[in-house]
Design a binder for this molecule. Structure first.
Ligand code: AHG
Ligand code: MN
Ligand code: MN
Length: 337
């Protein structure tokens, strides 16, 4: 007998309001930020879908602050996010992978008590070959006195201070996953009506992972404890439930697969990149917040990612995120370093 799959009728707007109602003192500012983010996500999804048809593919001809080649869609996505979020009166500043300094809210708009950090298009080197890409975001409450422009100090807070975080994956469907500290929830964009509908309430990551996501072309630069750890995951040290390797090269896509199916994403430090590659504030922290809310864990190899005190806007960090038991194995092996 064919079973009817129930179709979600819960829009993301409704869900956000219900979450807000748990806090009688809430001003609605955080909900407003999320609504603006949802609009930006739909606009970026639309651009990504047109890749190949409209003139949005290829390199922009510029490099970002990390010296990486910017793709046209990196710049377009950055612009979309800034323009969707700068005028609502809820943020006092933003920061982006694509911009060296912080992005202030223009004087003509009101300023609020929050700052947002984002990776506008994650995995953008994959865009020309039709592989999923994403957007990652993190929201913090400002620590400097209200009213004036936000500062870097407002951004340099440990991940534990995030009040909301999430990502959008532009894959075979577009999904938005976010948390405000009450579970991680996923919404799928119904393209026919242009709405995100609740499709994955209260996501739980399996305790043990099936998948290992790591770029092992760096093996020659890994330290011995990292090499040992990878042998452990692959079942080369006698472990029976060896993991399968899956590496897309888009963090959001690798993370999303592991979140739903169980697994670990690792970007360890290596002798060529002693701090790894991924950016603490707008890649590691938001996904760590989601993962912990789903019952998983995230470390930099030594400590819980969310407890790291940042010192620079674009600082990099080694990263191990995913199923709890597999992150704990990383902590055990790397403690021997
Ligand atoms: P971005 O496109 O935002 O610069 O991020 C790229 C990142 C991340 O998505 C991915 O996990 C990682 O780069 C892949 O790096 P390697 O090619 O070194 O494995
Ligand atoms: Mn990225
Ligand atoms: Mn990016």
């Amino acid at each position: 007998m064919v079973q009817n799959t129930p179709i979600s009728v819960v829009t993301i707007d409704r869900f956000i309001i219900e979450q807000e109602q748990r806090y009688p003192e809430a001003t609605g500012a955080l909900s407003g930020i999320l609504y603006d983010l949802v609009v930006a996500a739909k606009m970026i999804a639309n651009k990504v879908r047109l890749a190949g048809l409209a003139d949005v593919l290829g390199a922009q001809g510029t490099a970002n602050v990390q010296g990486e080649i910017q793709q046209k869609l990196d710049v377009i996505s950055n612009d979309i996010l800034v323009k969707a979020l700068d005028h609502g009166g809820r943020l006092c500043a933003m920061a982006s992978e694509e911009e060296e300094g912080i992005i202030t809210v223009p004087d003509k708009f009101q300023r609020g008590n929050y700052v947002m950090l984002f990776d506008p298009l994650d995995g953008s080197s994959n865009i020309d070959v039709n592989i999923p890409v994403g957007t990652i975001f993190s929201v913090l409450r400002r620590v400097t006195p209200g009213g004036g422009p936000g500062t870097v100090e407002d951004m340099l807070q440990p991940g534990l201070k995030q009040v909301a975080a999430g990502y959008v994956i532009y894959g075979s469907s577009t999904m938005l996953v976010y948390t405000t500290g009450h579970g991680a929830h996923g919404f799928t964009l119904d393209p026919a009506i242009g709405e995100f509908l609740l499709s994955h309430p209260n996501i739980r990551i399996p305790e043990h992972g099936r998948y290992l996501s790591v770029n092992d072309s760096y093996e020659k630069y890994w330290t011995e404890p990292v090499k040992e750890l990878m042998r452990h995951y692959r079942g080369m040290n006698g472990r029976r439930d060896a993991m399968n390797v899956r590496y897309v090269g888009s963090l959001v896509a690798d993370f999303h697969r592991n979140l739903l199916g169980g697994g670990l994403f690792a970007y360890p430090a290596n002798t060529k990149s002693p701090s790894g590659k991924l950016r603490l504030l707008y890649e590691c922290n938001p996904l760590a917040f989601i993962c912990e809310q789903a019952g998983g864990a995230a470390i930099d190899g030594r400590q819980r990612i969310l407890e790291v005190q940042p010192t620079e806007l674009h600082q990099r960090s080694p990263y191990f995120v995913g199923s709890k038991a597999d992150v704990e194995a990383a902590a055990d092996y790397l403690a021997k370093a």
